[in-house]
Design a protein around this ligand. Sequence first.
Ligand SMILES: [Zn+2]
Length: 573
Amino acid sequence: MLRRKLTSAFLLSAFLLPTAALAQTNNVGTTTPATTATTAAKLKIYTAPQDVIDKIKEEGMGKNSQVMQTLSYLTDVIGGRLTNSPNMKRANEWTRDTMTKWGMQNAKLVAWGPFGRGWSLKSFSAQVVAPQTLPVIAFPKAWSTSTKGAVTADVVLFDVKTEADFEKYRGTLRKKIVLVSGDPKPVKADFDGYGTRRTDEDLLKMANAVPQAQPQQQQLNEEQQRRQREAFLFNLKRWNFLLQEKAAVIVDSSSKGTGGTLFVQGATAVQDIPADMTNFSFRNLAQAYKKESEKKIIPQMTVTIEDYNRLVRMIQQGVTPRMTVDIQTQYHDEDLMGYNTIAEIPGTDPQLKDEVVMLGGHLDSWHSSGGATDNAAGSAVAMEAARIILASGLKPRRTIRVALWSGEEQGLNGSREYVKQVFGEMKGGPQFGPPDPNAPKPELVKGADYDKLSAYYNLDNGTGKIRGIYMQNNPLVRPIFEAWLAPFGDLGAKTVTMLNTGGTDHLSFDRIGLPGFQFIQDEVEYSTRTHHSNQDNFDRIQAEDMKQASTVMAAFVYQTAMMDEKLPRKPMP
Ligand SMILES: [Zn+2]
């Protein structure tokens, strides 16, 4: 899951009405008419017969399950899968070959891009060497450059709050190891524990939520925009100063986490200061994975909050600690294209087999761990859901297509580019970052298969089991999803919510008006411990949750492939 908050996730449309008149949909193996408040149109809902549901449950929850085996290979053997890294390529190839071995067809890597260069860590060590030896828990940032061999240097605190502060540091940072996160962060005792599940109360609240119509984007007022531009500009100046002053290594404190957990993402490439901020586009920010950024990247790493805090407190006590840091990294420029893994179960109905039901999640991860909950979990579950359908001997009418995306962590790139190639794009549509007042009005340009997709189902909220599904502001799917969740209430999945959720690949479909959905999942330790951290390992995966998610996803995908009609689409805003 992408970490940035997306303003587009809060887009809500005015057509939403309270739902009513839901059809009774528990008939087995039949289609049942239903109506919705918005259209009153007849909608035939296919629900699989009980013996099919039983078979899916048996295959997914029983001893045949492969989901943990898949997860172990992805996280333990392949490991972190930074976009365009050698590990990412291995993961692409291994998932393609594994799905082929299971009997899926047309398994292949589909290129998108160019994205940029790959990166891998060749060796790394960091410790305090004076006034005493102290190993630290640290990890280099992705796409960091290498230090010139092992660097032993004084550790200095670079704490600038205003423009005037720069002068205090001029000439003092050269070849130093520089702390840039300011004062120590408070560390609280953990009285509540890391793991949580959604309570019945939470779920009821979600089920009853009626989204309020909101303006198109939460626009910042002029004062807020000015302050945001100023903070952005000041940060650019800080980084330009560090580069000009030739700091040897930049060290920041983990944004959160304690007890050995640190959260680490990509390196900062120093951005030239724009002459005129009013015309500056956030879309043109320097990216560390672009070759031309290399000379603007200072070697940089993140340390745990406790290690960072201690270094700062030593400095505040009048001590100058020294550290030895050795970061050796390698860029990979052989192939700048990104790849998604795609594989299919061909449809069997001559009228419908050209139509497609998609499922997936992103296969790429950050680099400091095996990327287990983000998002080997969703990838393994999507693969497993397809395996369950095949192994149960089911013959879907529509083609089922698994997609394992890359570049999600850099902005949903793999799914967005695939959707553009196959289904269409919103020209000039909302992008990431602050609203751009100069952006042209969005316009939908349909691709060749725009009318052939029934739905896309995504899983990317960690290891937690499925508790239901977000309708993504499409009330027309409520009776369908309620019918399909009915056999899984005993497994904890029963909530349908009008709310939407953001930050992941279903948005690439949703953005162009195609039905793209993310399931509601239990949180477990996602935000507190694993999401983009060095602790996102196989051991944090909950096996029973993963089996349940695979089973529910298999049933949703299969039934979508069996409907007479494609899933109803919401009107374009
Ligand atoms: Zn993520």
